[in-house]
Write a protein that binds this ligand. Structure first.
Ligand code: ADP
Ligand code: MG
Length: 628
């Protein structure tokens, strides 16, 4: 087919502009990106060849070759991987497939270091070639296609690119960068090798280059005949721990996780026994932009006997550990394993359990010995880990120990109180762990329900994450102490209450009975019951849920999520010591207004919304005016 010229997708144009101008100080990353693509292409070929050995043709030794030509001022990265057909070249080198591009643009900070890291994370690596090149020529032939169906793709990194069909005998891809003015320092094997060792040492294929030798006749360095392997070229995880430096672990992480930052921690083990595998698992230092994207499952890279099988194998980790990145290399699974087989395999189940144990062990260790790191971990992934309380019954207690909350003791929105710490601070006679839940830290820490607890100096956990209520439906106790909501059912402080106090309260309650009944009639549609409480000191009223009903916070969350729900009417509790309540009289003409006001106030104080806000405003104004 003749040469045709096509336009880049608008996002690509924008990206190119940005890349060329903002990543200049980090320009050497282009080599990392192009080598990483070559390595991916080799992985893809190996995988396809499992069912079709003919794809190797007569060229089974996969490698990456980097070369340069001082006369032509080009640097070439070549692989004998899977290659691209004409259609694939158009699709993959002309558009950005991932939906994250918009997100990418919105996250650019102007800080070149950070923006460079984003490029890897968002998979826009190929275009980074244009940082140093003002023209890129790609020639490729897809494995399995005849020599006559090669493709040449050329672009100057501006608005468009051209493609034409060419004759290409060699399988795979060669990428020729025509260097921009001023980039001649790249025309040196010393310089290129240094970049390769810095960023691509962990690549498991050999990256070969011809060295240089001194030519007496020409009185200059000239390319040597022999090729040498520049990188270590062995899969990092197969090497023994003692031979791997922290820096090597870190660059490997950055490669597989597409993350410019260093990981927070890692664990690397060979597991032997019923199921044999190697695991290298990393906890990232920060949440990826798509942590909450349901379609983004996470997962590990799966290898079988060092052959790459698939990315994002989400069966290898429980869902609540989806932030973990890494590699599992199994000795037992068949090479032609599919996602379907993974779901049923007993070996996979053993691997999943083994990986979960390792990661939890790693987290235990951070929590115990490196609190700063654990705090950082918790801020990034704590909400996800909480899902484990519901998801992983086997490890529930272990996960419970890793949970962190805010509490009335610390009085900061930072979640740094563990359940064990709470228990160690429990008052004499206290046998429960108290918590209050609300949609925000401010609302929770000002909740009227806390008043009596503050007065008695009893610590209460403040739960403000969306998953908290759901999590607590699985976590009934810790260390033998039940977890109890301060906004649910009758307040029973057990041994924390003294007998005299109780008796006095009983009397007050009895005396107010007729008034409470009348209030109950007024609020028949809104409240299940009206009763006296002694949990309040400053507020006149609060709402509580009946023991078996859903809490107000959870109801609101479910409503917000569009769920239909049965009507759970709350119980209105009033504080008999409060001036507003003391003044309340059933004979007052404004009695109904006062009653509604006490209910509505209580609803607002716990972060709820009113069914009829206008009526609330009207009533409040009427009462304010009547007073004046
Ligand atoms: P990513 O590697 O994250 O997919 P890139 O921009 O680096 O993003 O590459 C875009 C796509 O171009 C790749 O997904 C791949 O399909 C194709 N590609 C790039 N380089 C090669 C190569 N050397 N061999 C085969 N395909 C390639
Ligand atoms: Mg890439």
């Amino acid at each position: 087919m003749a040469q045709e010229t096509m336009s880049f997708q608008a996002e690509v144009k924008q990206l190119l502009q940005l890349m060329i101008h903002s990543l200049y100080s980090n320009k050497e990353i282009f080599l990392r990106e192009l080598i990483s693509n070559a390595s991916d292409a080799a992985d893809k070929l190996r995988f396809e060849a499992i069912n079709n050995g003919a794809l190797y043709e007569s060229d089974p030794d996969l490698k990456i070759r980097v070369a340069f030509d001082p006369a032509a001022r080009t640097v070439t990265i070549e692989d004998n991987g899977v290659g691209m057909s004409r259609e694939e070249a158009i699709a993959h080198l002309g558009t950005i497939a991932k939906s994250g591009t918009k997100e990418f643009f919105s996250r650019l900070s102007g800080d070149q270091q950070k923006d460079a890291a984003l490029i890897g994370q968002f998979g826009v690596g190929f275009y980074s070639g244009f940082i140093v090149a003002d023209q890129i020529t790609v020639e490729s032939r897809r494995a399995g296609l005849p020599a006559g169906e090669g493709v040449r793709w050329i672009s100057r990194g501006e608005g468009d690119f051209s493609v034409e069909t060419i004759e290409r005998v060699r399988r795979g891809t060669s990428i020729v960068l025509h260097l921009r003015e001023g980039e001649d320092e790249l025309l040196s094997s010393w310089r290129l090798q240094a970049i390769i060792r810095k960023y691509s040492d962990h690549i498991s294929l050999p990256i070969v280059m011809r060295g240089e030798t001194w030519d007496q006749e020409k009185q200059a360095m000239v390319p040597a005949e022999a090729e040498e392997t520049v990188n270590q070229a062995s899969a990092l995880w197969t090497r023994s721990k003692s031979d791997i430096t922290d820096e090597q672990y870190t660059t490997f992480y950055q490669h597989i996780a597409h993350d410019g930052q260093a990981p927070l921690a890692w664990t690397h083990n060979r597991v032997e026994g019923r199921s044999e595998y190697t695991q290298l698992l990393y906890v990232p230092a920060h949440a990826p932009y798509d942590l909450w994207d349901r379609s983004q499952q996470g997962g590990l890279k799966l290898y079988v006997k060092r052959v790459f099988i698939m990315d994002d194998a989400d069966q290898l980790l429980p869902n609540y550990l989806r932030f973990v990145r890494g590699v599992v290399d199994s000795a037992d699974l068949p090479l032609n394993v599919s996602r379907e087989i993974l779901q049923e395999s007993r070996d996979v189940k053993a691997i999943r359990e083994g990986c979960a144990k390792r990661v939890l062990g790693l987290l235990d260790d951070l929590a115990e010995n490196q609190q700063d790191k654990y705090t950082q971990f918790w801020a990034a992934f704590g909400q996800v880990l909480k899902e484990g309380v519901g998801e992983d019954a086997q490890n529930r207690e272990r996960i419970a120990k890793l949970l962190r909350f805010t509490s009335t003791h610390t009085d900061t929105p930072e979640q740094n109180v563990s359940l064990a710490e709470y228990v160690s601070r429990m008052k004499e006679g206290q046998d429960k762990i108290y918590y209050v839940s609300s949609e925000s830290w401010l609302a929770a820490s000002h909740s009227p329900h806390l008043e009596v607890f503050r007065k008695k100096g009893i610590e209460v956990l403040l739960l403000t994450d969306r998953v908290d209520e759901w999590m607590l439906s699985y976590l009934h106790d810790f260390d033998g102490k039940p977890l109890v909501s301060v906004a649910r059912g009758d307040l029973d402080l057990g041994a924390l209450e003294d007998a005299q106090e109780k008796e006095a309260q009983q009397k007050t309650g009895d005396a107010l009975k007729p008034l409470l009944d009348k209030m109950g009639e007024v609020l028949a549609d809104k409240a299940k019951e009206v009763r006296v409480t002694f949990r309040l000191t400053d507020s006149p009223s609060c709402l509580v849920s009946d023991e078996q009903d859903m809490s107000g916070t959870l109801q609101r969350l479910m409503k917000a999520a569009g769920q239909k729900m049965p009507e759970f009417r709350p119980i209105l509790e009033i504080n008999p010591e409060h001036a507003l309540v003391k003044r309340l009289s059933a004979d007052d003409a404004a009695f109904a207004d006062w009653t509604h006001l006490l209910f509505d106030q209580a609803m607002l104080a716990e972060g709820g919304s009113l069914d009829d806000p206008a009526a609330f405003v009207k009533r409040t104004n009427a009462l304010l005016l009547a007073k004046g």
